[in-house]
Design a protein around this ligand. Structure first.
Ligand SMILES: C[S@@+](CC[C@H](N)C(=O)[O-])C[C@H]1O[C@@H](n2cnc3c(N)ncnc32)[C@H](O)[C@@H]1O
Length: 285
């Protein structure tokens, strides 16, 4: 890995973006949905994002998730915040079917789903949402204009003083690095997932593009980007509540239920994000 990261650092190349369409292919959505289950390769990332998002959510809040996909991530967040109401929005009917399955399987009652396009939230009134989130979905947008539209829409629907958390990876400079990261865990993930992951990395916006678009969210935007491998968390406003003991215990429970390997990945990921200036709201171990 180190070799790739050094080459990446030294490279003067700038790879063009190769957009990735909305995920509506059956085997594609299935591979992604499986990767996000409790025993899946993405589970530790989902717990991490859920912990970061939870302090932004208050009881009774309406939270909008842009590009909720199969809702594995959203379920984690909804479980940690049982007194808030979540709306998962996605442009893919196939993904929304997966999301319904996940919500049913996990018996979560505070999530509703809606079909929609995050670049044009026509059905959602101005200043009607307490918190807007989006995890690993921005790279699916076709171009910079769509990315900008998404930021403008998020700003429009968000209440003054509301919370916002967007996260996505940035584009590597070298195809070799993209391939290395896509294939790093190929033994424990379906081939389809490896291919899609590679395509997602090719579709990622650069950190500069994400940063520029984030400025459209208005005042109070904070950007955290990671060293070496490009990744960005965009926040607006800080914590909106103190985490109570019950929430902390639930989070500890979710962490304890992960395998030792998942916990190790979680700790590495948290360390990497900390290097980008984003600490966890509380320690889990
Ligand atoms: C990689 S998945 C991420 C899902 C989920 N947020 C997660 O973290 O697991 C990206 C999702 O964004 C959805 N998507 C892509 N473009 C969209 C758009 N313009 N509006 C709404 N959803 C979109 C895709 O259908 C897909 O379900």
């Amino acid at each position: 890995m180190l070799v790739h990261l050094v080459l990446e650092r030294l490279s003067r190349q700038v790879l063009p973006r190769v957009p990735e369409p909305v995920m509506d292919n059956l085997s594609q959505t299935e591979a992604f949905a499986m990767a996000g289950r409790e025993d899946g390769i993405l589970a530790f990332i989902y717990l991490y994002q859920a912990l970061q998002i939870t302090p932004l959510v208050r009881n009774g809040d309406r939270v909008l998730d842009l590009g909720c996909g199969p809702a594995n991530q959203l379920v984690q967040i909804a479980r940690l915040n049982p007194d808030a109401h979540f709306m998962g929005l996605d442009a893919s009917a196939e993904m929304l079917d997966r999301a319904s399955e996940t919500i049913r399987r996990c018996k979560v009652e505070n999530i509703e789903l809606t079909a929609g396009d995050m670049t044009a939230l026509a059905e959602i009134a101005d200043a009607s949402i307490d918190c807007v989130i989006s995890t690993m979905s921005l790279h699916h947008l076709p171009d910079l204009a769509a990315l900008s539209d998404t930021m403008r829409e998020a700003r429009r629907v968000l209440k003054p003083g509301g919370g916002l958390y967007f996260v996505d990876f940035g584009r590597f400079k070298r195809t070799g690095t993209q391939r290395f990261f896509a294939e790093d865990r190929r033994d424990c993930q379906p081939e389809k997932f490896t291919r899609d992951y590679f395509n997602s990395m090719r579709a990622a916006f650069s950190l500069a593009e994400l940063s520029q678009a984030a400025a459209l969210l208005g005042p109070g935007v904070i950007r955290h980007s990671t060293p070496l491998a490009p990744f960005m968390v965009i926040l607006k406003g800080g914590a909106r509540r103190e985490l109570d003991d019950k929430t902390r215990q639930s989070a500890h429970g979710l962490y304890r239920r992960m395998t030792a390997a998942q916990q190790k990945d979680f700790r590495l990921y948290a360390r990497w994000l900390r290097a980008g200036g984003l600490g966890l709201p509380f320690a889990l171990d």
